[in-house]
Write a protein that binds this ligand. Structure first.
Ligand SMILES: [Mg+2]
Length: 231
């Protein structure tokens, strides 16, 4: 009999395949706006630079230096700058189209639905995400994962962000979960794993690319199906 009752999942890069879905959306918008006509960058450059700029902006958001509207205002102009294109050539609707399109994409990590099916028979499943309410809800629905989760906590509604221990406490409170019966699963060492450590929660680091870790993690998996050996 497992000591766990409540499993808290991160969403982006853990269940919902952010990179695949973002790339797919950017390629679509590149074609729609005929960005090849600018003669400055290709589709691959757009996606690669998007991830670099986005990563930097989310880092700033996660430490509270910028707010949600800043991410959206700065993202594509910064990408065009970095690609040597003119920021005046950023299509006026591009950001809005991107944020509307990407969450409707459905790619998930290998085994996501299987493991959620398996775990949902034995545990209550929840989401703790640093994303935004409306967006995360659409992602869960588009990828057909919404039915698995009970409590969905975002940094937007709680004002706290992982790795703050308060967001974990609020999630447990909402779920009616006790710390000793709870487990956190996520891909990000600095937010998911450090956050779980901050509150003293057992945790699994989802590390599909086999990156070198800087923290002494409790469990590490490369494939979500490996959770069957732990839970
Ligand atoms: Mg993540």
């Amino acid at each position: 009999m497992s000591k766990y009752k409540h499993i808290f999942f991160d969403l982006d890069h853990t269940l919902w395949d952010y990179d695949t879905n973002a790339t797919d959306s950017l390629f679509e918008l590149f074609d729609k706006h005929q960005l090849d006509k600018l003669d400055r960058f290709g589709k691959g450059d757009l996606a690669k630079t998007f991830f670099e700029v986005n990563y930097d902006l989310w880092d700033l958001y996660n430490v509270g230096e910028i707010q949600r509207p800043d991410i959206r205002e700065r993202r594509f102009p910064a990408i065009f700058d970095r690609l040597g294109a003119n920021r005046a050539d950023v299509p006026a609707t591009l950001e809005l189209e991107y944020v509307s399109l990407a969450p409707t994409k459905s790619a998930t990590f290998v085994g996501a639905h299987d493991i959620l099916e398996y775990l949902s028979e034995k545990y209550e499943l929840h989401i703790i995400t640093n994303g935004f309410d409306d967006i995360q809800a659409i992602k869960l629905e588009s990828s057909n994962m919404d039915q698995f989760f009970d409590v969905i906590i975002t940094s937007e509604t709680t004002v706290y962000r992982k790795p703050d221990k308060e967001i974990f406490e609020l999630a447990m409170d909402r779920a009616g979960a006790q710390l000793e019966h709870s487990m956190m699963i996520g891909d990000n060492l600095e937010s998911d794993i450090r956050g779980a450590m901050n509150v003293g929660m057992d945790h699994v680091w989802f590390n599909p690319e086999g990156k070198d870790g800087r923290l002494a993690v409790q469990h590490e998996i490369k494939n979500l199906i490996e959770l069957k050996g732990i839970l």
